[in-house]
Write a protein that binds this ligand. Structure first.
Ligand SMILES: Nc1ncnc2c1ncn2[C@@H]1O[C@H](COP(=O)(O)OP(=O)(O)OP(=O)(O)O)[C@@H](O)[C@H]1O
Ligand SMILES: [Mg+2]
Length: 278
């Protein structure tokens, strides 16, 4: 990404939340592998693991004992990037891991002033500017304070959707939540798109769900779909993104294609914004 010639101030990163209140739909898998594919494509990417389960941290090979203070400090607001950011095996991909103290964060910060803005304030601070092109936040399932903080900090939200029965109901609930957060806390928040995950093309029902979701949400749905692929399931237990674990697998190829489509959409969005403001 080229620096803005008009200003010498470091550019703040673009913050992307990966969220769906439903559990097990591919949020963490999509965060890890999209972030990894973008880093390999040359973007400077930070992944924040905001899920107390810590699956993204484990999936990137960072053992619980090596995590230091972790993402909790983003809420407490008492740490600098130097204290928090870990490198990963992929140059250009950094990680702020989840630690056990995140488990109680919902309750602990329930009465904090501006409790929904804690993360936005920390990563919006000058200390975080200029370091990364993208910050991806892996949200926990549910719509608690952690997810709300991610949606308030983000300018874009991506929603992974598993191709199964009830998919449409889940996504309708999620789009309502995004609208609500936009109206009440974060007018910049844009629904960046729906990523269809765990698609089994041999299953007619799964294909019917894809068609339904596309009929309903049109171009909001990424053209790239992520197939159900055993190699994707195996990769986290080796502490690797699928791109390092088995680049030739259909899962890895799908995430490379998703990253390319994501960057195309980003470019179109920037051009649209320029035209719009001119
Ligand atoms: N494309 C895929 N093919 C096969 N298995 C997959 C695929 N995507 C995800 N999985 C598996 O499905 C399970 C759920 O995925 P994942 O952890 O990414 O979902 P999640 O939405 O982050 O879950 P949670 O809500 O618990 O955080 C994991 O075991 C993961 O390995
Ligand atoms: Mg997860």
């Amino acid at each position: 990404m080229s620096p803005d010639p008009k200003t010498r101030a470091p550019k703040p990163p673009r913050i992307v939340a990966i969220a769906n209140q439903k559990g097990g739909v591919g949020k963490t898998t999509t965060t890890i592998n999209l972030a990894a594919a973008l880093a390999i494509a040359g973007e400077r990417v930070l992944l924040i693991d905001l899920d107390p389960q810590g699956n993204a941290s484990t999936g990137l090979g960072l053992a619980a004992s090596a995590r230091g203070i972790g993402a909790y400090a983003l809420l407490a607001g008492d740490a600098t990037p130097d204290d928090l950011v870990h490198p990963t095996e992929i140059p250009g991909l950094s990680l702020i891991p989840a630690t056990d103290d995140l488990i109680g964060a919902d309750l602990e910060f329930a009465a904090a002033p501006q409790r929904e803005r804690l993360i936005a304030q920390t990563i919006g601070a000058p200390a975080f500017a200029g370091l990364f092109d993208y910050v991806f936040i892996d949200c926990p399932p549910g719509l608690g304070l952690l997810t709300l903080n991610a949606l308030v900090a983000a300018s874009l939200v991506l929603v992974p959707l598993q191709c199964e029965f009830f998919a449409l109901e889940g996504i309708t609930q999620m789009t309502r939540t995004i609208d609500l957060v936009r109206r009440s806390h974060n007018p910049r928040l844009v629904m960046g798109g729906i990523v269809l995950t765990m698609l089994d093309r041999r299953n007619n029902f799964s294909v019917a769900v894809v068609n339904d979701v596309r009929d309903h949400f049109k171009s909001l749905v990424f053209e790239t779909t992520i197939p159900r692929n055993i190699r994707i399931t195996e990769a986290p237990s080796h502490g690797k993104p699928i791109l390092l674990y088995d680049i030739r697998s259909p899962g890895a190829q799908a995430y490379v294609a998703l990253a390319a489509e994501f960057l195309r959409r980003e470019r179109a969005d920037r051009q649209g914004a320029v035209t719009h403001h001119d």
